[in-house]
Design a protein around this ligand. Structure first.
Ligand code: DGY
Length: 436
């Protein structure tokens, strides 16, 4: 285990760029929002200074309306497409004047990451001083979401692009893309020069991705116009769970800091409504898990993904539902021949064991599920998720995602996507340090 800790630290140190980290050297050469959050949790275990800088740099790129972009383009790079010239964040009147970025966001991790840093910290006073200097920016970000991303006042915020979900090419989006007919764009993919194309989205999928961005750009990334016009408009259970978890974290941290009663009251109101929305609109009675809702086409998306179980990461699921959800996870995703937890239902015909978010295991989702199982006292399952996660990394390396089929880890290459992947290293460090 000592060796694994050392290797994980080496990966993080290598991807550190003096103020922020890249997720993986050539494949993702900038700062990504949710990656940064998970990376900070890893750094917190052995270099709090870097953890703090990681988050401070990310929040420094916040827009004047509270929005935090999904990629901050710190330095030019010709190994990634689409770069800053395509995204053109400057179209939005309130975008950062200091950093070029995308005009979309990613799951709101920063709130709960601050709380994790406080939990891990050996010097609580110093970490609290850092949190005090940053926490209002995170509050502003949550205010942005509830003001601009919840037009029908349901407590559930929408995402307008599959890249905002973080689960980029999940089969859950297939039926939405089938309603669109984007042009064939002329572009040169960079990702498939670093990673086998079989492990990445198709060119036609990229047409859809670029098309949605072009619609947003035509309206200078106006939230109101996007809500009206984007063909992709989703309420995502993973995204909203993370926002609820981050609301909860901000409440806890403001209580420790003192003197913030108005903000605490507001966060509680947001959460009350959000939890109501999650437990009614995003819970699928027949499937007995949480599912995505397609706002544009007004229908639930009836597929089980690892995001369907993510709500156990926040504390709002009834015991009965947790029991059912975890049984479904074990039944469909957790056979003895498999590592937990595939990103998409392995019993569904759309499952693909190698292709990015269409099936492989991701360490960040495993980390959330592990924490959820611990919180609800499913310790045997928590232990299994931890063991599975450590084992896939030990056997196959610090990859971006992994094959869920155990036999592949013995007979073939079973780690996919980018190598020396930062959040795999960071969250492995946290898992190893966890007491169970
Ligand atoms: C990519 O380029 O695939 C990224 O995940 C987008 O965020």
């Amino acid at each position: 285990m000592k060796n694994l800790v050392k290797q994980a630290q080496q990966v993080l140190n290598k991807n550190w760029k003096d103020g922020f980290s890249v997720p993986s050297a050539k494949l993702y050469p900038f700062q990504w929002l949710w990656d940064s959050g998970f990376i900070a949790i890893g750094f917190a275990h052995y270099d709090m200074d870097k953890a703090e800088k990681e988050i401070a740099t990310l929040l420094d790129a916040q827009w004047d309306n509270g929005f935090i972009p999904h990629i901050v383009f710190h330095t030019p790079s010709d190994t990634y497409f689409p770069g800053p010239e395509f995204h053109q964040s400057e179209l939005h009147p309130l975008s950062s004047k200091k950093y070029k970025s995308t005009g979309m966001t990613q799951p709101p991790v920063t709130g709960f990451v601050l709380e994790e840093m406080y939990r891990i910290s050996q010097d609580k006073n110093s970490t609290l001083a850092f949190i005090k200097s940053q926490i209002d920016k995170v509050f502003l970000n949550h205010e942005y979401f509830y003001k601009h991303r919840d037009p029908n006042n349901e407590g559930l915020v929408y995402i307008y692009h599959n890249w905002e979900s973080g689960t980029d090419n999940s089969p859950i989006w297939d039926d939405i893309f089938a309603t669109m007919n984007p042009p064939h764009y002329e572009f040169t993919r960079r990702d498939t020069t670093h990673v086998d194309a079989a492990e990445r989205p198709t060119n036609r999928e990229y047409d859809h991705y670029l098309h949605i961005i072009n619609i947003a750009k035509e309206h200078n990334y106006s939230d109101e116009k996007i809500a009206e016009l984007s063909p992709f408009l989703i309420q995502d259970p993973l995204f909203n769970t993370m926002l609820i978890k981050s609301n909860e974290a901000l409440i806890n941290l403001y209580e420790i800091l003192g003197d913030n009663q108005d903000k605490i009251a507001q966060l509680k109101l947001w959460n009350q409504k959000a939890i109501g929305g999650m437990n009614t609109k995003l819970y699928h009675d027949e499937l007995q898990v949480y599912t995505h809702f397609d706002v544009r086409n007004n229908r639930p998306i009836p597929f089980i993904t690892s995001s369907s179980f993510a709500p156990i990461f926040a504390n709002f699921v009834s015991q009965q539902r947790v029991e059912n959800m975890l049984n479904i996870m074990l039944d469909k995703f957790g056979g003895e021949d498999k590592y937990l937890c595939a990103s998409f239902d392995p019993t569904n015909e759309r499952f693909d064991p190698k292709k990015y978010w269409r099936g492989p295991v991701w360490v960040n989702l495993n980390w959330m599920l592990y924490r959820g199982c611990r919180a609800y006292d499913y310790n045997t399952l928590a232990e299994r998720i931890k063991k599975d996660t450590i084992e896939i990394v030990e056997k196959s390396g610090f990859y971006e995602y992994f094959d869920a089929r155990k036999e592949i880890h013995i007979s073939d290459k079973a780690g996919y996507g980018g190598g020396d992947f930062s959040w795999t290293a960071a969250l492995l460090l946290d898992l190893i340090e966890s007491d169970l």
